[in-house]
Every structure is written in C-alpha cells, then in structure tokens.
Design a protein around this ligand. Structure first.
Ligand SMILES: CC(=O)SCCNC(=O)CCNC(=O)[C@H](O)C(C)(C)COP(=O)(O)OP(=O)(O)OC[C@H]1O[C@@H](n2cnc3c(N)ncnc32)[C@H](O)[C@@H]1OP(=O)(O)O
Ligand SMILES: O=CC(=O)O
Length: 236
C-alpha cells in the first residue's frame, strides 16, 4: 500500500511499499530509488524472520543487566564451554580482504568523505551506519545512495565550496566494509507490520539488496559485500 508524505496535498508524493510496510520519512526521488518495493519486501522478510530472535536477545540483555546491577559479575556462558574448549578453526579469510593492515573509517555520508576514504590508500574503508553517523532519515538514506554509487563505481561529487573541485574514484580503491547499526537500535521511519523496523536489518538489507549483484558482476563470488557486525554482545 502506498505511504503518503509531505504536508501539502498538491506536493504529496509516495513511496511504493509492499503490504505491511509504511515509510514515515520525507519523500525524495533519490531515496525512492533505494526504497523500492522489492528492496522493502526484502527488508520486511528479514524482519519477519528474525524479529522473535532479536526481541528475545534484547530481553536477555535487560535480564543480564538486572543481574549485574544486583552484584553478579560477568562470566563466560557455561552453555558455550564446548566451543571454548573444543578443537576448531575459523574459515580462511577471503583473499580479497586478506590484507587489512590499514583501515580508515567514517560515516556513510557525506559523499565527499566516502570518495576520499575509498581513495585514501588504506586497504579497507569501513563505511559506518553505527556510531560515526547520527541516524537521521536524511543521513541514513543519503548514506545508502552513496554506497550504491560507490559499489557501482559511479560515485562523484562537485564541491562548490572548493571552486567546483570534482571528486571521483581512483583506479585503485580501498575494499568497502559496511557497518550496520547494532541490534538494539530501532528505525522509527520504517514501520513493518505496525512496529518500528530493526535498524540493522534496514541498513544491511537495503545495502545488500542494492549491491550484491554489482559485486558479483564486477568482482565475482568471494569478493563482497563485506560487513562489520557491531555490538553482538552474546553468542546467541
Ligand atoms: C568507527 C568510526 O567510524 S569512528 C569515527 C570515524 N571518523 C569520523 O567520523 C570523522 C569524520 N570526519 C569529520 O567529522 C570531519 O572531517 C572532521 C571534524 C574530522 C574535520 O572537519 P573539517 O575540519 O571541517 O574538515 P573536512 O571535513 O573538510 O575534512 C578535510 C578533508 O579530509 C577528508 N576527511 C575527513 N575525515 C575523513 C574520513 N573519515 N574519511 C575520509 N576522508 C576524510 C574530508 O573529506 C576533506 O577532504 P578534502 O580536503 O578533499 O575536502
Ligand atoms: O565505534 C568505534 C569503533 O572503533 O569501532
């Protein structure tokens, strides 16, 4: 069902949303190219699949906090002893990101900064939707636009404040990692089945939806997209 926006009816524009999804953020044609019906259906599918597990994990965090407040000390979870004491090894690091000796981080917006970070000479640029970015609607959506264009290799920026200097990607760029928000942060501008969406599923879902095909086409399997998942806090 379409979501209506803007204060004056003459200017009303709407996002084309799938059943059960409502967008409360400002309408912008650039944002609409990110918030497509299919992309929103993907995000809604993630939320419906995982919301029970996320709610449970958040309740466990509150419960643990109550115990720490009452004097209990943090300790390893006895149910994961077999992992700590078992014989196992991580899967090998994909060759594309084997060298992460120098990384630069910064918010997914402003656009010029994203281009500068990718051109910086660092091996990795971690574009942040987490604590380097204030999660306003404008910042989040512009960040998604920037990353879609960065992955496509078409991102550019003309800086009027610097006499029209044009920023675009160099031949060699840092590998892009994306950090979605932590599990605890809701996205109040996107309602799914009447509830605020889970912020990290919005950040991950929109970026993954718009970039995975470009990664596959441009670089092949095993070359991305790559993620930094923050604030997991627990094995569950
Ligand atoms: C997990 C984390 O991400 S933790 C934090 C990550 N880092 C940040 O959040 C810092 C982001 N940067 C900023 O907030 C600002 O750039 C400041 C406050 C550091 C400096 O602000 P100003 O003095 O106004 O300088 P300005 O923002 O123009 O930056 C100067 C140049 O450095 C570049 N730059 C600054 N920070 C970064 C960055 N993190 N990545 C890439 N380029 C950067 C700018 O794009 C700009 O480039 P230009 O000279 O080609 O125009
Ligand atoms: O949030 C900060 C970081 O270094 O990670």
């Amino acid at each position: 069902m379409p979501s209506l926006h803007n204060s004056t009816p003459a200017m009303a524009q709407c996002y084309d949303t799938p059943e059960g999804v409502d967008i409360r953020g400002r309408y912008d044609p650039e944002f609409a190219a990110i918030l497509t019906r299919d992309a929103l259906a993907f995000v809604a599918g993630l939320q419906r699949e995982f919301r029970g597990a996320v709610r449970y994990a958040m309740e466990r965090r509150r419960e643990a906090q109550r115990r720490y407040d009452a004097g209990e000390l943090p300790r390893f979870d006895p149910s994961t002893r077999f992992v700590r004491e078992g014989e196992w090894a991580c899967a090998p690091v994909p060759p594309a990101i084997a060298d992460r000796t120098v990384e630069i981080t910064g918010p997914a917006d402003p656009r010029k900064m994203v281009i500068n970070a990718l051109n910086s000479g660092a091996k990795v640029f971690m574009a942040d939707f987490e604590d380097a970015l204030a999660p306003t609607w404008e910042n989040l959506m512009r960040g998604q636009v920037n990353l879609r264009d960065a992955v496509a290799g078409t991102i550019s920026f003309r800086d009027a404040a610097r006499g029209g200097r044009v920023y675009k990607l160099d031949e060699r760029t840092a590998k892009l990692f994306v950090r979605p928000r932590g599990w605890h942060l809701p996205e109040a501008h996107v309602l799914i089945d009447g509830e605020p969406a889970i912020g990290c599923l919005v950040d991950f879902g929109l970026y993954f939806f718009h970039s995975h095909a470009a990664f596959r086409a441009g670089q092949g399997a095993g070359f991305g997209p790559f993620f930094y998942l923050p604030k997991m806090e627990h094995s569950r």
